[in-house]
Design a protein around this ligand. Sequence first.
Ligand SMILES: Cc1cc2nc3c(=O)[nH]c(=O)nc-3n(C[C@H](O)[C@H](O)[C@H](O)COP(=O)(O)OP(=O)(O)OC[C@H]3O[C@@H](n4cnc5c(N)ncnc54)[C@H](O)[C@@H]3O)c2cc1C
Length: 890
Amino acid sequence: MPKQGMAADRRSRDEPMNSEVDVVVVGAGFAGLYTLHRLRRAGFSAVVLERADDVGGTWYWNRYPGARCDIESLDYSYSFDPELEKEWRWSERYATQPEILRYLGHVADRYDLRRDIRFETRIESATWDGAARRWRIRTDRGDEIRCRFYVMATGCLSVPKTPDVPGYGRFEGDVYFTGRWPHDGVDFTGKRVAVIGTGSSGIQSIPLIAEQAVQLTVFQRTPNFTRPAHNGPVTSTKKVAYERDRAAYREAARWSLAGVPSERSLVRALSVAPEERRAAYEAGYASGDLLAFSAAFADVGSNPEANETLCEFLREKIRSIVRDPETADALTPKNHYYGTKRPCLDTNYYETFNRPNVRLVDVRRDPIKTITEHGIDTASRSYGFDALVFATGFDALTGPIVAVDIRGREGRSLAEKWMDGPKTYLGLMTTGFPNFFMITGPGSPSVLSNMVVSIEQHVDWIAACLERMRAERLDVVEPTSVAEAGWVQHVNDCADITLFPTADSWYMGANVPGKPRVFLPYVGGVDRYRKTCDDVVRRAYLGLAFDGPGGARCADGVVNRLQLDVWTVLDLVTEFGLPRIETLSVPDARATFAAMAIGRPPGPEVGDVADGTLPGAAGPIAYRRYRPASPGPHPIVVYFHGGGWVLGDLESDDPFCRDLCCRSDAIVVSVEYRLAPEARFPAAVDDGFAAVRWIAANADRLGGVPGKLALCGWSAGGNIAAVICQMARAAGGPAIVGQVLVTPATDPDFTRASYVENGEGYILTTPMMKWFWDHYADPADRTQPKAAPLRARDLAGLPPALVVTCEFDPLRDEGAAYAEALAAAGVDTRHLPCRGQIHTSVPAVDVILSARGARAEIAAALRRFLGTTLGHAEQRRARPAVAAVPVGTG
Ligand SMILES: Cc1cc2nc3c(=O)[nH]c(=O)nc-3n(C[C@H](O)[C@H](O)[C@H](O)COP(=O)(O)OP(=O)(O)OC[C@H]3O[C@@H](n4cnc5c(N)ncnc54)[C@H](O)[C@@H]3O)c2cc1C
């Protein structure tokens, strides 16, 4: 490859560089090249330090046979300059490594970047000099460069993992690493070759090595999911969409889930017929698109059963290709869910195992004892080889960063700070390390996205931040500990509702012995992440502390406090433009409320469900009894639905009742009550109390244990449950062993902070709550404890309570106040505040997965009140989804 500017570089390499620039950038891959270009354009002086002797990063180092991208090249390319887009044509849908390297060389030439890149220079340390407000960068060539800003564009997959195979280093034949492949290529003709590792690099290289080698032996620790790339010319549909309006195409990519234009599916795999599901999987398989399966159904990334349908489909494909059943079985992934390890695209991977010169050694069945001078000894036999190829993957995301001795304020080491896992703000910065930026760092979408899109977004964000600092005469920027802790929490919360943490993957750091087991990238999506970064800027650079001659400033805070799935639901509600309940007639409001339940997940199976009627305060009322699958008799939970005393019925909270029944191993009797405005206060509580009395008296008939009765209710139902506990206390019975009040209405005081803070935008609004109260009770009645249980003069002697409140709920503060008042009165009370949740979160079974913990806590409280043990379904839910397996390679 011609290297413009190399002469100048070679000259300068001989003398150590001792100078000062605005910005030092480390790495000359996609990220470093664009950073240099963007900073220059903004008028900053910058130098790039790169260990290799040319540009390219990943595509410089990974020259193994078959190396190519698996995000389509049209997408996997820069978008910052329409002229560049116009002049470059990709020859294939998935370009090979040499072509991508040519592209990056072209970019370096076109923007004359090489003159500011010092090649063959490894950065060894970076130290923040607080007095000078500068970083001091030292390299292996003796350079000492001072800079105001220090940017690590070192990539997520640039430090190959040292193979953890016994005897590593003993082999006397040829040894190759996919991530450090010789530039002249390797000819395996006539050679006996071993490949260790079946991650992406192994999967890409094995078919081509097999074509040359006289014999190829593949040592596999963990089989991965891979499917045909169907490579060829750029697909016409994509080309047409791209050529029609490039700017719009690129913008769609920037605001997509993974950095490639696509729609988020709302359809659940488990909600469609098996044939429909299969047709979608077949289409995804035929598409050769890495992201096709993530786009097909909404629940494959979070629901084990949904994911299993896809796994089984793919396993069938493997069995249909690989002729030898034992080999097919060994190649079939069984220990992780699809997508929880980096899925792959291949060309003839499984077919390769039908070749007579290829054999597979499953090292979980026949472990490697040691590498020897001449081959590999497994537990059962010795193999001789001429060449070993290690395709053993990378110390991903954090590896390249902590490989440099980075010292921040007070000489603090970044490696030490990250000992238990990386802590960053937006994956861009880290507290204690001023003026230090990472491109696609841990805690950003990085490896879960089309990385070029993520790189451009990070670089643009950093450049804009630096421009602003220059304009406002600010020298130093650093995230606050509040902002960082909030972001780390958000990143973990997001991962926790997915299946990712169940796998021993490099996403989890599990492939490197001793590395903390933490989910490293941000799973919220490129679009949400971009919005978050934009929000930070819009909110006066929220969470960043600035200082300099222009003054000191800091808008401290946490940028994303909503749980990811709550955020999704709120976006959908906005998109669908549901009418405001309080503007509707009561019948229309009821119809809208009921319509919101259509198509929702049904909740878990229970033993049996039976409907009946019981005597209410003024005539019969309907009830629904949910019985667990376990043998009875069971204790009973009487449940009251929500809906502001105006809306709702036995259907509205049906999934939640099922969930309660399974998790608590108790009978749940959900009872109706007369609704307002037809029957105003105190009809609802009078009906509820009558129902509780009848259920207590008829426990045997319902299959229950007499005397073991608890109450539970959500929202207005929580109000009813709380009031009934007070009524039962006054009446001397029936005995209630516990009460669970889920985001209850306890007192209509609309001046409370939560009515102000959360009054709009979180489904239940303050105007809606006023509308409910107006329909339910006259102002004079609202102060009675029978309407507002918080107003009761004495709460002593009430049943033990669990009060659940949600952070973004107008009712949050009255729920908390009731918990506090109960506790103050000596009632055994637990208050469970749910972070990032809204009023409707807890009953939204299988929709708001992040409220699973709250639902488990509710069940635990009920079991404690009722003296039951863990229910069957709860036991199933509590079990890890898949058995833990040894570390994987690649
Ligand atoms: C085989 C393979 C295929 C991939 N395919 C895709 C794909 O299809 N789609 C996708 O989105 N992503 C893919 N990736 C991820 C890929 O790494 C990124 O897309 C992208 O190339 C990263 O660019 P970067 O500039 O951030 O980092 P890199 O390309 O990794 O460049 C980092 C550079 O920093 C240098 N460096 C690191 N530490 C130091 C130091 N201390 N001193 C000096 N220099 C240093 C390295 O030498 C390297 O050149 C793939 C990765 C691999 C390994």
